[in-house]
Design a protein around this ligand. Structure first.
Ligand code: ZN
Length: 185
């Protein structure tokens, strides 16, 4: 993420957090945590994107990069340019009961919505936040396959640092041993 892109992101994120009944200080804190996670994820991805080729695990590298760093990408799945619209959930109900974030297409509005759940803002969850962003951007670009999202994220983290945030339980729960995807060794 370049310096020039940060203010745009800041406005986009701040605008979406407004109006949720939070105090200004709480909104600013949530905005900062989202921006930091986006920046950390972009930094990690930037270290390894050259090793991924044009496409890795069915995820086009340039689409993923643009979704992550510009919150806007030319979607080969949907055949149009889409925005990544970040929305903060007001409470931990619904899909937020089980996830730190989730993605829903809103193609008629020219967007894919990335909803951030309360769990995302937990204290000490920096690694979770970056991992969540890397994972959800796979869904943004390439769709719902959990095995692909986990394997791609683990690959990016492993290439960048030699290790990845463990996902064994979720991997097993989703039956990914039998999938076409593999976690790094
Ligand atoms: Zn997922």
């Amino acid at each position: 993420m370049t310096r020039g892109e940060r203010p745009v992101l800041r406005r986009a994120v701040a605008a979406l957090i407004c109006g949720l009944g939070l105090t200004h200080a709480a909104q600013a804190q949530e905005t900062r945590l989202i921006e930091d996670a986006l920046a950390a994820a972009a930094q990690t991805f930037g270290q390894v994107s050259g090793a991924l080729g044009d496409t890795s695990m069915g995820v086009p590298t340039s689409e993923y990069r643009n979704a992550l760093t510009r919150l806007r990408f030319a979607s080969s799945v949907w055949g149009e340019t889409l925005a990544v619209q970040i929305s903060v959930a007001e409470n931990g109900r619904g899909l937020c009961a089980g996830f730190a974030a989730y993605v829903t297409p809103a193609i008629t509005q020219g967007a894919v919505v990335l909803t951030i759940c309360p769990q995302f803002f937990s204290a000490g969850a920096d690694a979770l936040r970056e991992t969540t962003i890397l994972h959800e951007m796979v869904h943004v670009v390439a769709g719902t396959d959990e095995c692909r999202a986990m394997a791609y994220t683990a690959q990016v983290q492993s290439l960048a640092s030699g290790s990845y945030v463990p996902v064994r339980d979720y991997w097993a729960k989703n039956g990914c041993e039998g999938s076409r995807y593999k976690l790094p060794h």
